[in-house]
Design a binder for this molecule. Structure first.
Ligand code: HAS
Length: 547
């Protein structure tokens, strides 16, 4: 059905089910998170032994970076696209995607939780996990593909009925998310199915450089799979909570287009220190990396300009007076602005990572951990949790049991992550490694690391408490929240879109086929040379080892 009003019963059920799984994942992942940060911090309580540390680290990475994000993004995408386009999703496709993604998650979780997959979320060979881990991961990806094609089908159906109507910005962001996903995931499926499943089942040796290159072909665009839905929510909610228009919808769409075309041919920036890939190719990926940083900076400008517009309509004067007029105590506003500010931190540290020379200083240090907790753990995860708080009222029809405490949780998360990242940035530059249970090296490590690692741990505890508060309020409001009485102006997540005809310039921006073709060409430019180099030299497979 499509048209002015559609029945959203199936879509709403799917959104509730997927976000419920996502919240369970972040709770489990959060338990692992606090265990690992306390255990690894010098002079802090060692909660677990080394083996369990790597079980927790694998569980934390997989549950947070893959399970929480994938389920949440499928849920919120369905909510947004069905409302903006007023086209129903196929119940069969939605529930098939849900079942496959959940099956894959459970199959991968069994070896993780039983300590038979301590390979971390990047599962680099030659370390090998139980076959179920890889088979589960592959099924999860297939489930997400089923969902991806359903999003495309809904969009194409809408496009056929509305050939010259502008694509609404939030839906444009969701399309961006899944175009990136469908371009980036085939290589990791090849790595898992053709290299890692045979390795785990039959001890087949694997060329490590080939496996890592296929993984990072997927691994960096993965971050924009996480980021694009969060940015789509920022573009929608920031102007909505301020009662103004987004500074520039055109700029927003250009940002999403740059994400589509430049987010994949960058993965070698995770392999700057890998031998076997020529510096020229690494440099080309660096150029693409700085290209894909541009849409985030466009987003920074677009959101900041919208904030200034919102502050000035509230009487803000002078260069910075408008900042103090913004509704900082408004839950929805805080829920998108704190992640945005965290992304200011995480994005800039990403540019350091991407700088070839600087990367040799920060690679495999806790600097990287500071970077990705303020990006996926800040920009994306906190946006998703904050929007979940809003959905309690607007989708479940229940009041939050303690909205002011939820607001405090959002700020605690933001402040804690800043403290965490600063501690880890400094310790990282001094050389403190990531992914290690032990950091003092039996007293031989530089003592200067210790206070910064401890500052990081204090920050982690602060943002962990913020997360516990937010998730507790979500759970208790679902269970015991009073029926919500929402005034029309309080309903923010309506995603009501009034069709607007496209002008010529707009039609180019909305030409998704063009951007997909450009993206695929750039992926070929970015990845054929390294693959030719790897295969041209001849593979050097390494026998698998247990972690
Ligand atoms: Fe990254 C490693 C480079 C963005 C996540 N990244 C990771 C890993 C994860 C991750 C999970 O070049 C670890 C993977 C592993 O386990 O090994 N990353 C970048 C670059 C960007 C970037 C250039 N990363 C992200 C996002 C993520 C994410 C987004 C998740 C959602 N990253 C790297 C590199 C590595 C890496 C290397 C490998 C390092 C190594 O050696 O292992 C860019 O897209 C960032 C662009 C963003 C900006 C900021 C825009 C600012 C905004 C807000 C402004 C706010 C203002 C107000 C102005 C340029 C939108 C206040 C301002 C303040 C400053 C407070």
């Amino acid at each position: 059905m499509s048209g002015s009003q559609i029945n959203l019963e199936v879509e709403n059920k799917f959104t509730k089910a997927t976000i419920a799984i996502a919240i369970i994942a972040i709770v489990l992942g959060g338990v692992f998170g606090i265990i690992q940060v306390l255990t690894r911090t010098p002079n802090f309580p060692k909660l677990v032994g080394y083996d369990t540390y790597y079980l927790a680290l694998t569980g934390h990475g997989v549950l947070m970076a893959i399970v929480f994000t994938t389920f949440y993004i499928m849920g919120i995408s369905t909510y947004i696209v069905s409302r903006e386009l007023k086209v129903n999703f196929s119940p069969r496709a939605l529930w098939a995607a849900f079942a496959l993604t959940l099956l894959g998650t459970v199959l991968a979780a069994i070896p993780i939780l039983t300590g038979k997959a301590n390979v971390l979320y990047t599962f680099y060979p030659p370390m090998k996990a139980h076959p179920l881990f890889y088979i589960g991961a592959a099924i999860l990806v297939v489930g997400s593909w089923v969902y991806t094609f359903e999003v495309f089908r809904v969009f194409l159906k809408w496009r056929k009925q509305n050939p010259d109507v502008k694509i609404p910005v939030a839906t444009f962001g969701i399309l961006t998310t899944f175009i990136i996903w469908i371009i980036a995931t085939p290589p990791v499926a090849v790595e898992v199915l053709l290299l890692l499943v045979p390795m785990s089942l039959f001890d087949v040796s694997v060329d490590v450089l080939l496996a890592r290159t296929l993984f990072w072909w997927f691994g960096h665009p993965l971050v924009y799979f996480w980021l694009a839905p969060a940015i789509a929510l920022w573009y929608y909610l920031v102007p909505k909570t301020l009662g103004v228009r987004l500074f520039s919808e055109t700029m927003a769409k250009i940002a999403f287009i740059l994400f589509i075309i430049a987010s994949t041919p960058v993965g070698l920036h995770h392999q700057f220190v890998d031998p076997g890939v020529s510096p020229v190719l690494k440099f080309i990926h660096t150029l693409f990396t700085f290209t894909v940083a541009t849409p985030s900076m466009l987003t920074a400008f677009n959101i900041l300009a919208t904030l200034e517009r919102g502050g000035r309509v509230r009487g803000g004067k002078g260069l910075i007076g408008w900042i103090f007029k913004l509704p900082w105590s408004h839950l929805a506003f805080a829920g998108v602005i704190v992640p945005f500010l965290l992304f200011g931190n995480g994005g800039i540290s990403g540019l350091v990572n991407a700088s070839f020379q600087l990367n040799t200083v920060v690679h495999n240090t806790v600097w990287i951990v500071g970077h990705f907790h303020t990006t996926v753990g800040g920009a994306a995860a906190l946006t998703f949790l904050a929007v979940t708080l809003l959905l309690i009222r607007e989708l479940l029809g229940k009041e939050l049991i303690a909205p002011k405490l939820a607001l405090a949780g959002i700020y605690l998360w933001g402040i804690g992550q800043y403290i965490f990242s600063i501690g880890y940035y400094v310790a990282g530059v001094e050389g403190a490694p990531r992914r290690t249970a032990e950091l003092t090296y039996g007293g031989m490590a530089p003592p200067s690391w210790i206070p910064w690692l401890q500052l990081g741990a204090i920050g982690a505890m602060v943002f962990w408490i913020g997360g516990v508060i937010i998730v507790a309020i979500i759970a208790l409001s679902v269970l015991a929240g009073r029926p919500a009485t929402l005034k029309p102006e309080e309903k923010l997540l309506t995603f009501n879109y009034t069709p607007v005809k496209n002008g010529n310039g707009g039609a180019v921006l909305d030409n998704m086929k063009l951007w997909v073709i450009v993206a695929i060409v750039l992926v070929i430019v970015g990845y054929m040379p390294p693959l030719i180099e790897i295969f041209g030299r001849g593979l050097s497979p390494a026998p698998p080892v247990l972690p």
